[in-house]
Ligand binder design. Structure first.
Ligand SMILES: Nc1ncnc2c1ncn2[C@@H]1O[C@H](COP(=O)(O)OS(=O)(=O)O)[C@@H](OP(=O)(O)O)[C@H]1O
Length: 368
């Protein structure tokens, strides 16, 4: 069985990726990982190319890192019969997360006075320039990640949205929904014929309450959906198909399994992170391998820590459960290079180096 997870942005994708990475490790499967010049993403925002994949990680059983979807290129990499899955998030919540996370990187967001989401959504055209660096984080990011044209408007061109939906349906066996994460994992584990234990998780990449809007006012949510109308169309469609899938699997059974998953997950978190497992800001996490990447000084991304800074009897499995994307990707690449014995093999040089992906800003140990 091979599986390709299209990791869309700000949709709980890191948590799904971590589930897949851990499954791959437990079963000695090969995970496709980016060439170092792409950093931990497949040279996003460029269209995916099989050349972006490190040779020590081919042929893969699992692929789960950020990329812009390109069907032909993925089919060149992944074996026939690969199961494609992805995840979507309600567009207003997703946009609020994008706006906060990429505020310092996306010029459209940087132009907005006082970093005000409300100001941006009142007049997005005043700040947004199609085609500029990282513009895709400010307009229909889901459509872009899925390989679509994020500048199209379903108001002017309803056929475009319908066509994009058809393409996604043709390729993806499951489109999960971040708001119904546990139910999504129940469908995922059924699709992949995994055990419930295989989809236990720790929530990764969550912002601190102080870095997010407690609630998105209705008018702001409407404006976010109107600006991201293509994403809203995709979400509405796949949210409806998701619930049809749940109904045909038997809603009561799915709910029961989701409940079992939540209970097992709570037990696991307590076992790994202590009696009261809490998400902490990076500055309070003593285990270096568990410190999450911070996008800017204004946004706190939370993580878990092992009791006693990892000096206790916590297992390797606990470490991996909470390991952020950057550390886990590097670790897996090192491990797979060793396994493949490719250390001495020269790495291919990309003909046209991609723009540098976003890098962590340095933080003082105090952090704030
Ligand atoms: N299990 C689960 N259920 C619901 N929501 C979850 C879950 N895990 C992560 N999250 C939220 O997903 C946001 C991070 O998404 P990603 O990991 O895809 O971000 S990234 O694009 O890889 O940077 C981030 O959202 P915000 O906190 O609103 O920014 C996380 O809180």
């Amino acid at each position: 069985m091979t599986v390709a997870f299209l990791k869309t942005h700000k949709t709980a994708g890191t948590t799904v990726q971590n589930i897949l990475f851990r499954f791959a490790e437990r079963h000695n499967l090969t995970v496709a990982l980016p060439h170092p010049s792409c950093e931990h993403q497949f040279c996003y925002p460029r269209n995916f190319s099989a050349h972006f994949v490190h040779p020590a990680t081919r042929p893969p059983h699992v692929l789960a890192s950020h990329l812009r979807f390109d069907r032909a290129e993925l089919e060149r990499l992944m074996p026939p019969g690969t199961i494609y899955v992805t995840i979507l998030r309600e567009p207003a919540a997703m946009f609020e997360s994008l706006f906060s996370y990429y505020n310092q990187y996306c010029p459209a967001f940087r132009r907005v006075p006082n970093a005000s989401l409300e100001a941006f959504l009142r007049a997005p055209e005043a700040y947004y320039r199609a085609g500029e660096h990282f513009a895709m984080f400010a307009h229909n990011t889901l459509a872009y990640d899925l390989g679509g044209d994020n500048e199209r408007s379903p108001r002017d061109d309803a056929a475009y949205l319908a066509g994009l939906i058809r393409q996604v349906e043709e390729v993806f066996s499951l489109v999960m929904i971040a708001e119904y994460f546990d139910e999504s994992l129940v469908l995922l584990r059924r699709l992949l014929a995994w055990d419930l234990d295989d989809v236990l998780y720790a929530k990764l990449n969550a912002r601190a309450a102080s870095s997010r809007l407690a609630a998105i006012p209705a008018a702001l949510a409407r404006a976010a959906r109107a600006w991201n109308a293509l994403d809203a169309g995709l979400y509405d469609h796949f949210n409806a198909t998701f619930w049809r899938r749940v109904a045909s699997a038997g809603r009561a059974c799915v709910e029961r399994e989701a409940r079992e998953l939540r209970e097992a997950r709570e037990r696991l978190l307590r076992r790994c992170f202590g009696d009261e497992p809490v998400l902490r800001p990076a500055a309070q996490i003593r285990t270096k391998q568990l410190q999450p990447w911070q996008p800017s000084r204004k946004v706190d991304i939370m993580g878990y820590d092992l009791p006693n800074g990892g000096a206790g009897p916590a297992t390797e499995a606990c470490l991996k459960l909470a390991m952020p994307e950057v550390q886990y990707s590097s670790y897996l690449l090192r491990k797979q290079k060793r396994r493949g014995g490719v250390r001495a093999r020269p790495e291919p040089v990309l003909d046209n180096p991609p723009p540098r992906p976003i890098r962590a800003l340095p933080r003082s140990p105090q952090g704030h």
